[in-house]
Write a protein that binds this ligand. Sequence first.
Ligand code: DGP
Length: 113
Amino acid sequence: MNETCIFCRIARGEIPAERVLETDNVIAIRDVNPQAPVHVLVLPKTHVAGMLELPAEDVTWNRLIGTVQEVVRVEGLVNGFRVVVNQGSDGGQTVPHLHLHVLGGRTLQWPPG
Ligand code: DGP
């Protein structure tokens, strides 16, 4: 855990967030600044700075993707959705704790900016 990381603090319950789903290892919360009718962040409870800090074989990836699938189901995204990881400064990452954005509920444009 990271004392000052905002997503660690949300995971610990120190900062409120609307939780969509929670397992022992992963939480799914609504983004405070939604970019689509459904905008949920899926993140590990333990601190991981970004994609490159989590080995490909780590079971956390399965847990994150499993939670994305469950979010899609409970949010009823039957027409599709988008999963995004913003990584590093060029990728537009603002919170250095790995999180998957799940966006849906409208037709999404491509390419992103
Ligand atoms: P990124 O730019 O990919 O690092 O996305 C960070 C997202 O986190 C951004 O869309 C806004 C969201 N966010 C930042 N602070 C909070 C917070 O305190 N609560 C919630 N629910 N979302 C937050």
